[in-house]
Design a protein around this ligand. Structure first.
Ligand SMILES: [Zn+2]
Length: 215
């Protein structure tokens, strides 16, 4: 199954994407992780997009398509994948669809996580990440065992610049502007499955599995 997971920042998309990937025995391919890796390694692409990402904006479409195509060419992605953070907008979705064929479309199903904005702002404001292993914590819902330290390697946890509460209204604007045409596009193809993303990660995942049954 070739699945796309859509959801605003703070909707639990990363967690659900990993659960779904495990269930489908397919890789979770998160463009955010790929981009952050480039920034950390200070590649030409990383240096180019660093400021835009920190401000809550997106990397250019053509760069993203290129990165995703390289990743999907890896052997683990031939039987299916869970895309997280891609496509971001209608242009990317159209370009991506053009890479698939009639018997192997680029996308089979699109899960759209839906959640109230005040909850999103609370969740992202409390989010902390490990700069070493990329583990994600949430101060209230999923705190580390020792305050401010990664459970896996003891590294000091940090807040991503784009998770600053001051950046969130802009991030949500960017998300809604680019995602609404995207959901309409996939709805017209009959591939869109909206899922309520409130509640615990397990509750949300059960809803995702239920939504995938009727396809
Ligand atoms: Zn860590």
């Amino acid at each position: 199954m070739r699945a796309v997971l859509l959801g605003p920042p703070g909707s639990g998309k990363g967690t659900q994407g990993q659960k779904l990937a495990d269930q489908l025995r397919a890789p979770r391919i998160a463009t955010g992780d790929i981009i952050r890796d480039h920034i950390a390694r200070r590649t030409a692409f990383g240096l180019k997009v660093e400021e835009r990402i920190a401000a809550g904006d997106y990397a250019p479409d053509e760069d993203i398509i290129h990165l995703v195509s390289l990743r999907l060419a890896q052997p683990d992605a031939t039987q299916g994948y869970v895309l997280d953070g891609f496509p971001r907008n209608l242009n990317q979705a159209r370009l991506f669809d053009a890479t698939g064929g009639a018997d192997a479309p680029a996308v089979d199903v699109v899960i759209a996580l839906e959640i109230d904005e005040t909850v999103l702002i609370e969740r992202t404001a409390g989010r902390l990440v490990c700069p070493k292993c990329a583990s994600v914590y949430q101060m209230h819902l999923q705190p580390p065992k020792q305050a401010g330290r990664c459970d896996r390697d003891g590294e000091t946890l940090v807040r991503r610049p784009e998770d600053d509460p001051g950046t969130m209204p802009h991030r949500l604007d960017v998300y809604h502007q680019s995602t609404l045409p995207l959901t309409q596009y996939y709805a017209q193809q009959g591939k869109l499955r909206p899922v309520d993303a409130s509640g615990s990660p397990d509750e949300v995942f059960q809803r995702i599995l239920f939504a995938l049954k009727d396809r």
